[in-house]
Design a protein around this ligand. Structure first.
Ligand code: NGQ
Ligand code: ZN
Length: 460
């Protein structure tokens, strides 16, 4: 964004590290916060809201899966539905999609992310080629479609083109739907360079990183080469989500997947370990000490039957986390945090598990996820402070979930009793894209999505 500075006046705002009343936030022409002034008089030149918060970063998304919602919930005749049978359905589904479908679905998913309170997203983008595996004339065609969707919606994009080269830890060939993901290392590097260019063109705040899909899909040598070749940028990988994955890695490498990763690669702050669901006590402490972000996707993890993250111990050990909408079966930052806390309560037969004594659970989860999400995206965001991108949301205090609540209890009300209806406005790097709960281009983007979806569903 470029242009004149503008300002927002909030009756209550969560700034720096605490709540302030009557805050004026000034945003510069580039979309960064230039000043934060608490205790100011109401300003008739400023856009005025009730409650202003930093916007969450969605640290893990596969946008195309948004259009699969509702298609994988019937029990199969074999009656052994699992993550792996869901994956078969997902592979068949993605083989139907063409570039226009992928762009239309991404744009609509980005609209829903913004409307529900995310300001930015790390798109873990792994469908690169035509069905069958032939590259498009432009190797980065589909990365460009994701960038175009981000550009159309104004969401802050961190594009993560995914490396995927084998069908399992044993090095077996790609098959079926996986053929659309595959690149050898040399072609991956070329694709990533093109993808980075298209991401950077979207806006100044857009970012880029690298994502080997999983230990299953990239062998040890290539993982190490990627880690070396792409320094100082976000580095994301799926890990320890499913017990069969851990067993497969154990059989091939003699170690559980998380332990193997920690022993063989320099896992640090630039790493985002997507899922990290099944960790031993030792792995939990080691990930917490590494400075990496655990990329939790509680709604998808529940939908796919992954298991329950070791949240209480991980947070006690000082572990960092952020949240992501992953399969996009539901898109809602407040619901991700609620599901994370509820998973712990159900397992431990307990209440208020993830906050320190006397502290609001909603506030604790919101703050932690803001910091972890921004770290995982490599985005200067996550706090209303000068120099940060103006990624902000306003909540509507007339919403029934929030009515009468103040300060941290507003977050508890929103997370445990509310949803996207409580979100009135959203800014991404100063781009004011959601007003009165609606994205500025919702109607057109939804119309295109519906047309594409109708034709996709005819082919399912
Ligand atoms: C994905 N989804 O990349 O979309 C994966 C499934 C796999 C989640 N892990 C594919 N939730 O892990 O092999
Ligand atoms: Zn994923």
């Amino acid at each position: 964004m470029s242009g004149a500075s503008k300002s927002v006046f909030a009756r209550k705002a969560l700034v720096g590290d605490g709540w302030e009343d009557n805050v004026r936030i000034t945003i510069d022409g580039a979309g960064r916060i230039s000043s934060v002034e608490p205790q100011t008089a109401a300003d008739s030149n400023a856009y005025t809201v009730d409650v202003l918060l930093p916007a969450q970063s969605n640290l893990h998304s596969h946008t195309f899966q948004r259009a699969m919602a509702g298609l994988s919930e019937a029990r199969s005749p074999a009656g052994r539905d699992s993550f792996w049978t869901w994956r078969e359905i997902m592979y068949r589904f993605l083989d139907i999609l063409d570039p226009d479908d992928i762009e239309a679905i991404a744009a609509f998913a980005f609209v829903e992310m913004l409307e529900s309170g995310y300001g930015s997203v790390a798109e873990f983008h792994y469908v690169h080629h035509q069905p069958g595996g032939q590259p498009y004339a432009n190797l980065a065609e589909l990365s460009e479609r994701i960038a175009a969707a981000a550009n159309a919606t104004g969401i802050g994009l961190t594009l993560l083109p995914v490396a995927y080269a084998q069908g399992g830890v044993d090095g077996r060939a790609l098959a079926g739907g996986q053929l659309r993901f595959g690149n050898d290392l040399e072609r991956y590097v070329r694709l990533a360079q093109l993808a980075e260019k298209s991401a950077r063109k979207v806006s100044q705040d857009a970012g880029f990183g690298v994502a080997p899909h999983s230990i299953r899909a990239v062998n040890e040598r290539d993982l190490k080469t990627l880690e070396q070749r792409f320094q100082a940028m976000p580095f994301h990988i799926h890990i320890a989500e499913q017990i069969p994955e851990i067993e497969e890695v154990q059989a091939a490498y003699g170690q559980r997947s998380m332990s193997w990763l920690l022993d063989h690669l320099p896992v640090n702050q630039r790493w985002c370990l997507i899922h990290s669901t099944h960790m031993t006590a030792e792995e939990t402490n080691r990930v917490a000490a590494s400075g990496a972000v655990a990329g939790l996707c509680p709604v998808t993890e529940a939908n796919l039957g992954d298991g329950i993250f070791n949240g209480v111990n991980y947070l006690n050990a000082g572990g960092r986390f952020g949240t992501g909408s992953d399969s996009n079966i539901r898109i809602s930052p407040s619901e991700e945090l609620r599901q994370l806390e509820y998973s712990q309560r159900l397992r431990d037969v307990s209440r208020v598990t993830l906050s320190a004594t006397g502290k609001s659970c909603g506030r604790t989860l919101y703050d932690a996820s803001l910091a972890g999400g921004a770290q995982a995206l490599g985005r200067e965001s996550g706090s209303l402070a000068p120099g940060q991108w103006a990624d902000m949301i306003a909540l509507d205090v007339e919403n029934a979930a929030l009515f009468g609540l103040e300060y941290d209890r507003l977050l508890d009300g929103w997370i445990f009793a509310g949803d996207r209806q409580a979100v009135s406005d959203v800014w991404s790097a100063g781009r004011h894209v959601v007003h009165e709960g609606r994205h500025r281009d919702r109607n057109a983007i939804f119309a295109t999505y519906k047309t594409r979806l109708a034709s996709i569903l005819e082919k399912v």
